[in-house]
Structure formats: structure tokens, C-alpha cells
Design a protein around this ligand. Structure first.
Ligand code: GLN
Length: 329
């Protein structure tokens, strides 16, 4: 996509979205993971990371919150990085379930074909695929090092969140074993479930998610460290998955509103990718009934609208080589 934007326009769009929604009190913190119920509901931050590594941040963008399902994005990417996009398609799939993120029904209905690494079942399967098979510590190291390469910074598990999730993840345990029943998990189910639970308990800031989104937007090159994290051919694959199922049963509503591939988590975070242009992230704990942050969705939708970021827009036209600087200083 070719978009000509200057940094001041982007900053203004973020500030206006922040001001517009900061006092919105719709939605409710997740409480099925007890730790999340206690996160201050008023926290709200929005960040953008540009291809030159510049970060534009408004509000609570340094607060480390539970990454939750946004972690499904890096692990899906890592599985593609290790095995190739075709193998991940064959072993997990790329179809939306149209059902909630933790649906057992979806597994029963789709027992003869896989779904997507961006719902719980597929994410647990993706964790099971991560090499080296059978080695929990080495798999965990691979996952966290990959996320750190994407964000260009250190990340750590929020221990209390990990405990809280581990004590209450009975539904996910059922999913892991059901996958085992259908031959759709590729390592020990308990080990795979624990890796998934741990990755969901990682603390990240909106700034870190914006850098992760920008690394994806830039075809795998982290705009801050300049390190190549994954092959550029994987950006259209992971963004296709995000566009298909990033907000679960509300994904169509989101895509209709914004035209952007994005992924939410029940910690209140959303990561959105504008391929070739920038990475965006927003964070606010209260969720809608599908488990997507209300304020983060509204803020990002307003920004996408103001800056005409939607991938399906026709307004950008064809530009000459000379106009190809995507974001000007
Ligand atoms: N850890 C959470 C779960 O498995 C993540 C869900 C989410 O963010 N949608 O239920």
C-alpha cells in the first residue's frame, strides 16, 4: 500500500483518538482469569511505530499488561519461520471458526480439518510444533527470544498472572486433550498447554506491541534494531490470519470498520499492522462480549479512518517511484 503521511498527522490522529475515548467506560475487564479482573480499568494507551523506528505514544504506553491472545501472532509466525507457511497451513490451518476463541464446539465441528493458529486450539497446536520437540525449556526459549526479537526489547512473564491462568485453565486443558484425540497436536499436550499459558502471561507494553506490529509491517525487519527476524514472505501470511480471525466472532465487524489486520487479547491489548506503512497498538482492559478491548478497538478504528489506513481503500492510487517514500519526515 502506498500512503503519504507525515508524522505530525499520525501524532494528531493518536492524540485525538486518545482524548475522544479516554473517559469511555464501556466494557468490563476479563474476570475468568482472576488476575485480569484486578488490572486498573482506566489504563489506556496508544502507540505507533514507524518504519524508521520512531515511536509515537500517547497515554499509558509503558504499563506492562498480559499479552494474552496477542501472543498467538508471534508463535504462529515462529512456527511458519521454523516449518514454512505451507506446513503450518496443513497442520493447523487458516480458516476462521466464527466461534469464540476458546470454543470446544469448533474443534468438534472441524475435527476433520484444522482451523487457525489465532484461536486457542490452533495456538496450543502452534506451541506444540515449536522446535525442539519434547524440550519445554528450549521451546520456551525459542518463543521468548522470537518475541524479544520482534519487539527489540526484553519481556518477562507476570508470575501472578501465570499462576492465575494455570490454576483456572481447565477449558484449555480440555482443548489440548481433544486435539490429541484428533491427532492435531504435535508434542505432549500438557507441555504444549503450559507453553501456551506461559506465553499468554507475558507482560508487554503498548510500545512493545507497536514495535512488534511494525516489524511485521516491515516484512520481518525490526525498525529499531534493524535485525531481520523472519522472511518477508511471511508478512502477508500472518496478516491474512489476523484479518480472518483476529477478533474471533467479531472479526467481520472489525474488518468492515477498519480494513486492518489486527489481533486482540483479553489483557486489553490490540496489535494492528498496516503493511509497508506502520505498526499500531492500543491497550485498555475493559472488553466487549467477544473478549476484545472496547477502547482500543474504538481508538484504532478512529485512527484508521482519519489516516485512511484501511487496506481495501482505493484512495491511494498509483504513484510514481519518486513518491514511494511511505512516511515522510
Ligand atoms: N489466555 C487466554 C485464554 O486462553 C487468552 C484468551 C484471549 O486473549 N482471547 O483463554
Amino acid at each position: 500500500m502506498i500512503l503519504k503521511l507525515n508524522k505530525q498527522q499520525i501524532r494528531t490522529a493518536l492524540e485525538e483518538a486518545y482524548d475522544h475515548y479516554k473517559d469511555n467506560t464501556e466494557g468490563k475487564n476479563a474476570d475468568y482469569i482472576p488476575f485480569l479482573a484486578g488490572v486498573p480499568s482506566r489504563l489506556f494507551g496508544i502507540a505507533a511505530c514507524l518504519p524508521d523506528g520512531e515511536l509515537i505514544a500517547v497515554g499509558d504506553t509503558d504499563y506492562a499488561f498480559g499479552i494474552e491472545s496477542v501472543s498467538k501472532v508471534p508463535t504462529a509466525l515462529l512456527a511458519m519461520h521454523q516449518y514454512g507457511a505451507e506446513t503450518v497451513l496443513r497442520q493447523i490451518g487458516a480458516d476462521a471458526t466464527g466461534l469464540p476463541f476458546n470454543s470446544i464446539m469448533a474443534i468438534l465441528l472441524e475435527n476433520d480439518h484444522p482451523s487457525t493458529p489465532l484461536v486457542n486450539a490452533g495456538a496450543i497446536a502452534a506451541c506444540s510444533m515449536i522446535r525442539p520437540t519434547g524440550a519445554s525449556d528450549a521451546k520456551w526459549k525459542a518463543i521468548t527470544e522470537f518475541i524479544e526479537a520482534l519487539t527489540g526489547s526484553r519481556i518477562a512473564v507476570i508470575d501472578e498472572l501465570y499462576r492465575s491462568e494455570s490454576e483456572t485453565n481447565f477449558n484449555n486443558r480440555a482443548i489440548a486433550w481433544l486435539l490429541r484425540n484428533y491427532g492435531r497436536i504435535y508434542d505432549d499436550p500438557e507441555l504444549s498447554l503450559d507453553l501456551y499459558t506461559r506465553q499468554c502471561s507475558l507482560g508487554v507494553t503498548a510500545r512493545q506491541l507497536a514495535v512488534m506490529a511494525a516489524t511485521i509491517a516491515s516484512g520481518g525487519v525490526n525498525p529499531i534494531t534493524h535485525l531481520k527476524v523472519f522472511d518477508a514472505a511471511l508478512t502477508p501470511k500472518i496478516t491474512a490470519l489476523m484479518a480472518t480471525v483476529g477478533f474471533y466472532e467479531h472479526t467481520g465487524d472489525w474488518l468492515y470498520a477498519t480494513g486492518l489486520p489486527a489481533k486482540s487479547g483479553v489483557g486489553g491489548g490490540i496489535l494492528a499492522v498496516v503493511p509497508g506503512v506502520m505498526g499500531l497498538a492500543a491497550f485498555a482492559p475493559p472488553l466487549d462480549e467477544a473478549g476484545n478491548s472496547v477502547k482500543a478497538q474504538k481508538a484504532l478504528a478512529q485512527i484508521a479512518d482519519r489516516l485512511s489506513l484501511g487496506l481495501f481503500n482505493t484512495t491511494h492510487g498509483i504513484v510514481t517511484e519518486a513518491e514511494r517514500s511511505l512516511v515522510e519526515a
